[in-house]
Write a protein that binds this ligand. Structure first.
Ligand SMILES: [Zn+2]
Length: 288
């Protein structure tokens, strides 16, 4: 609860492999609108010897609020790691306060299967929608649609407090075509999916009694020709966008951000103090 006694809600939407400079250049309307009611930070992933620009590494860092030196997910493979000691931000919120309703939706293997370091979305994600993108002819281009439809329906009609929705088509487009028209078109489709989720939230019967914080981010950038895993600025060039839907509360935003700051920002809005045994290296971006 906050000053107006509104019920706090958080939605985090992840688009895989979206480079900040490309996103800023095209500035699609849904993410641009959220930034207009909040803030848009450029973020840079650490050097490659600290945080390889791999998908499982980036999402493990964002979800846990700690750098790879703590969670020890260092690749997309199933090596020994400590993610169970720094679990995902939804699970930690649920463990701190079981009245918080958590929802995750994704179709990448690491979130909902035992592939690599997965499943990264843990037992505290009480409503979990997961599709296996390998079972669709077009992979993410097909499965993202189902993820977004599920999110639109659940965010509009169910009562989740803390949600994470992952969409992967952007990364595939960059791998297949490099940074160019196809990549920008995929970003545009992700933005349309975000717009539908926002409309669903704003049409909720209880929207006027709720305070919705929406955050957007990615796991890594891409080389101009497509590809990531190395330490070039293009591969490390990421973003965090945060803003409120509807009437924004009186807040000031931090001047700089890192992807590890998303988890503590969400917890701050939800009024959650996670268990101190689980370290968090980020700090909230939101100051009231
Ligand atoms: Zn990725």
């Amino acid at each position: 609860m906050n000053a107006k006694n509104l019920r706090a809600k958080v939605l985090v939407v992840g688009w895989d492999g979206v480079r900040d400079d490309v996103l800023r250049e095209i500035r699609p309307s849904a993410i641009g609108s959220i930034a207009d009611n909040g803030h848009w930070w450029s973020t840079t992933q650490p050097d490659v010897d600290v945080a390889p620009t791999k998908t499982a590494v980036g999402w493990s860092t964002m979800l846990s609020g700690v750098w790879p030196q703590k969670h020890k997910v260092l690749s997309n493979e199933g090596e020994y790691h400590l993610f169970h000691r720094t679990p995902d931000m939804l699970t930690r919120a649920f463990c701190a306060d079981p009245s918080i309703k958590t929802y995750g939706a994704a179709s990448a293997l690491i979130f909902g299967s035992e592939y690599g370091p997965g499943p990264l979305l843990g037992a505290g994600v009480r409503t979990m929608t997961w599709f296996d993108r390998r079972t669709f002819p077009q992979g993410f281009a097909d499965s993202d649609k189902l993820v977004a439809e599920d999110a639109e329906r659940r965010l509009g009609t169910e009562d989740h407090d803390f949600s994470f929705v992952y969409l992967g088509e952007t990364d595939k487009a960059a791998h297949d075509h490099g940074v160019g028209a196809e990549y920008e078109a995929a970003i545009g489709r992700q933005d349309e999916r975000l717009a539908r989720m926002v409309r669903a939230i704003e049409s909720r019967d209880t929207f006027g009694e709720e305070s919705w914080l929406v955050m957007l981010t990615t796991d890594h950038g891409h080389l101009d020709g497509g590809g990531h895993g190395g330490g070039s600025w293009q591969e490390r060039h990421t973003y965090v966008v945060a803003g409120f839907l509807g009437e924004a509360p009186a807040v000031t935003w931090a001047e700089t951000a890192e992807n590890i700051d998303i988890a503590p920002t969400a917890w701050a809005h939800l009024g959650v103090t996670p268990d101190a045994r689980w370290p968090c290296q980020g700090t909230t971006l939101l100051n009231r």
